[in-house]
Design a binder for this molecule. Sequence first.
Ligand SMILES: NC(=O)c1ccc[n+]([C@@H]2O[C@H](COP(=O)([O-])OP(=O)(O)OC[C@H]3O[C@@H](n4cnc5c(N)ncnc54)[C@H](OP(=O)(O)O)[C@@H]3O)[C@@H](O)[C@H]2O)c1
Length: 351
Amino acid sequence: MSSKTMKAIVTNGDGTYNMKDVDVPTPGPGEILVKVVAASQNPTDWKTALLHQQPGNILGCDFAGVVADIGSDVDPALAMTPGKRVAGAVHGGVSPNGAFAEYVTVPADMAIAIPETLSFEDASQLGIACYTTCQCLYQAQHLPTPLEPAEAPLDVLVWSGTSSTGQYAVQFAKLAGLRVLSTASPKNFELVKALGADEVFDYADSKTPRRIAAATGGALKHAVDCISEGMTPNQVSMSLSKEGGTISTLLPYESRKKGVQTVFVLAYTFFGKDIQFPFVFPANPEHRKNASMYCKLIEEVVSRFGLKPNPARIFPHGLASIPDGFEYMRSGKVSAEKITYRIADTPGLAT
Ligand SMILES: NC(=O)c1ccc[n+]([C@@H]2O[C@H](COP(=O)([O-])OP(=O)(O)OC[C@H]3O[C@@H](n4cnc5c(N)ncnc54)[C@H](OP(=O)(O)O)[C@@H]3O)[C@@H](O)[C@H]2O)c1
């Protein structure tokens, strides 16, 4: 495989990137090579392209495709056979290996098996959003999972039920038997309710934190802040009980409210390695073990309950559309949707 070349979106090291022909990667021990069918975009992709000025890295984190090759020492229990449909995430743009390419490598125990009923386009958004959801709800707060639901009533606030992670966090929390409160702009209230939110509030309304506190009898202890910047650190803190509580955050911050503990989660810690970008995060072997566990959990939740994907916005020219996708997202146009690319739509592919 390593002598073959592929098209990929590669960083130049000065904040720019280009589509280039590069070698197809070789799967290392415990890894598989995936032929990417569809890739989804996350805010981190355009931010990494601009700010992490290291040349020669392939951008893109989220992918879905089929197993093309299997490295040494892959656990046979994972049943990784060529052609198997899988999805997942890598630290694209920061490591040389990225999802905006014809092929990507991933540890076999972090490849989420996808059912025939889920399209590659929809499956390509599972990686970052679902791993982050699991880190927020289970790693950071040990909340009940859909496989071991809550036995007693428990409220959780998912701030931003329309964000990519928020749409999955609402579904995982509801399937676990929690009462889910969430926020969105009014045009998206119905979408968030259809995902399972019991109550949805307008994030731009200054009375929302007070209304959430009232709706939870002033006793809310658990929140996930899927935005974690601007007003939300204060809004989420004010929604929690007087005694405080815990907020899982997607960007790092401390709450100014007494008794509120924040736990910053970073999806890329799933590899259990030291991270320098986008934030310094020391290696935590527990996070690597969790990633393997969450992979199985996500697989089971997807196949048993059939999660609703973020509505996909497919850009027409595959990898060649990535500059347009970055601009669409960077200029704040994304609303309750997932920017998605089909690799086969890329002009000039060999096959
Ligand atoms: N730490 C991690 O591992 C990690 C993982 C994933 C994402 N992130 C970060 O989390 C942030 C969100 O990423 P994403 O991909 O989930 O976002 P996204 O899907 O691009 O978010 C877009 C949505 O955010 C909503 N929104 C905007 N401002 C809001 C506010 N003040 N309150 C509530 N909702 C608001 C909009 O809702 P309406 O359309 O209803 O207006 C829009 O639908 C980014 O900064 C990203 O880098 C971090």
